[in-house]
Write a protein that binds this ligand. Structure first.
Ligand code: MSP
Length: 477
């Protein structure tokens, strides 16, 4: 199977998209574009996205907004979809967990899992912010307050259905250890292996009187499916499971998730898949969090950054640039408006924008014609290794070092002096060499900055005389 299937986490619709939500999409889109770039005849690249709409968290937010939960979910789901469109993410599928097809398929999944399901009384803690059952050990370690949501855990005493995780622990451990299901970055892999040891069987339902907004448990009117079971299933119901054969796309090539929800993807999700007799995803890519001014974004701190505002400020390419390069792929990184403006002016406008203008001007004055593009099959091996290992921010740094190098080369070779001294042959060699290198760098940029890359091809990549663009690629503020 040479198809590529990439999945992004589906956000809750209890609020508007913020810049943190951009990460799953950007990483998946960059990889999708990279796989299309390296190609292979017949490979299809599929990228799934969607929204997670059930559960009490969403239900209560709808109530406080004074809207019906259906209307509210639709409104916010549309906002996420607009956001993904605005970011030019090349997704191929979009799912809402309230789609009736999805709900029906989840019920079938439940039925297939019955040999691994039992009922028992749950008497313990729950965090509604995380939509997660909390063990006594976690409760004690956090003094009963969720560190992510700063809210005390609720005490629940209720009858629930459980999924017997213990049936699958050995297999999950083995597949994580032997890399059949790779977890990136490496330090998270160990974290998940430790967590797996402590994971008890998982409750997969809530009594309907506590949670009405969800998929009904088949054959038991009094219970509704736990929101994570419903949400995780999206990765296969979107492909048509269980009605359709999904083997052309499943197992997923990679799933992109934030560090906070890796545990669901590294433990709960594999248990569900093994219970269904399906293979585990090939790779889980877990990214860090985007901080705002060094702190976690929260409404109460008033530091939530609206991604649309970021896009408006310097355009989409600048947005993609900052979040792919300056937000590290794997660990927490900071966004501030100052850093963003600095990166735009010093790097996009100076390093790259000026390079393009200077080189186009020199070529134009000296009647150098464009170089045909798109035939560089032998991509730089260092870049290929980094991209293949999902080391996107490092790969981007590597491209940038080449761009800086090109600026130095212009300064050192001084083509304007060669022109002044009438050294035409040397001048042509120097300029052709610089253009060829720039066009090659543009090819490496394609997965990250598709429009910029296309503009560079347009300016330098045709046979006619190279024209200096009327407006720079990244006009300075
Ligand atoms: N609904 C669940 C996911 C279900 S997937 C079957 C959920 N939703 S979420 O809205 O809280 O988060 C969606 C994604 O955004 C997750 O990958 C999460 O890690 C990511 N992020 C949320 N805040 C973030 C930052 N501040 N920074 C980076 N990513 C963050 O969890």
């Amino acid at each position: 199977m040479s198809n590529v299937y990439l999945c992004t986490a589906i956000p809750y619709v209890n609020g508007n998209p913020h810049i943190g939500h951009a990460m799953d999409y950007l990483l998946a889109d960059t990889y999708a574009r990279y796989r299309r770039l390296i190609g292979g005849a017949g490979d299809e690249v599929r990228l799934s996205a969607g929204t997670d709409e059930h559960g009490n968290k969403v239900f209560r937010s709808a109530e406080s907004a004074g809207m019906s939960v259906e209307e509210y979910s639709k409104l916010n789901s549309d906002k996420f979809r607009n956001f993904i469109n605005k970011m030019d993410v090349t997704y191929t599928d979009f799912i809402r967990t309230t789609d009736p097809e999805h709900a029906r398929r989840c019920q079938e999944i439940w039925q297939k899992l019955t040999p691994h399901i039992y009922t028992a009384e749950y008497d313990g803690w729950y965090c509604e912010g995380c939509e997660r059952f909390i063990t006594q050990k976690e409760y004690d370690e956090t003094n009963g307050v969720c560190p992510d949501h700063q809210k005390p855990y609720e005490r629940l005493t209720e009858k629930n259905y459980y999924l017997r995780i213990s049936d699958f622990k050995d297999e999950i451990r083995e597949q994580i250890e032997n890399g059949k299901m790779a977890i990136l970055p490496e330090f998270r892999k160990q974290e998940m292996l430790n967590l797996l040891e402590d994971t008890p069987d998982i409750s997969i339902s809530r009594p309907k009187k506590q949670l009405s907004w969800g998929v009904p448990v088949p054959g038991d009117e009094s219970q509704v499916m736990y929101v994570w079971l419903d949400a995780l299933s999206n990765y296969i119901t979107i492909l048509g499971y269980p009605d359709q054969d999904i083997s052309e796309f499943w197992p997923a090539t990679a799933q992109f998730v934030g560090k906070d929800i890796l545990r669901f993807h590294a433990i709960t999700w594999p248990a569900i898949l093994l219970g269904l007799g399906l293979p585990l995803p090939q790779t889980l890519v877990s990214h860090g969090h985007v901080l705002s001014n060094g702190q976690k974004m929260s409404k109460s701190l008033g530091n939530v950054v609206d991604p649309m505002e970021v896009v408006e400020r310097h355009g989409l390419e600048a947005f993609r640039y900052y979040f792919s390069r300056h937000i590290d792929t794997f660990v927490d990184s900071d966004f501030t408006w100052e850093k963003y403006d600095e990166a735009y002016n010093n790097e996009l406008a100076n390093d790259l924008g000026n390079l393009v203008q200077r080189l186009a001007t020199l070529c134009n004055k000296n009647e150098i014609s464009g170089i045909v593009t798109g035939d560089y099959k032998d991509l730089d091996p260092k870049y290929v290794a980094l991209m293949g290992n999902f080391e996107f921010s490092k790969a981007f740094d590597y491209i940038w070092s080449q761009i800086r190098e090109l600026n130095k080369e212009i300064d050192q070779s001084k083509p304007w002096e060669l022109a002044k001294n009438g050294e035409t042959a040397r001048l042509r060699t120097v300029l052709y060499d610089l253009v060829a290198k720039l066009v090659r760098a543009a090819q490496l940029l394609e997965p990250f900055l598709p429009d910029t890359s296309a503009s560079i091809y347009r300016i330098f990549g045709v046979d006619g005389t190279i024209q200096r663009p009327e407006t720079p690629l990244f006009p300075k503020d």
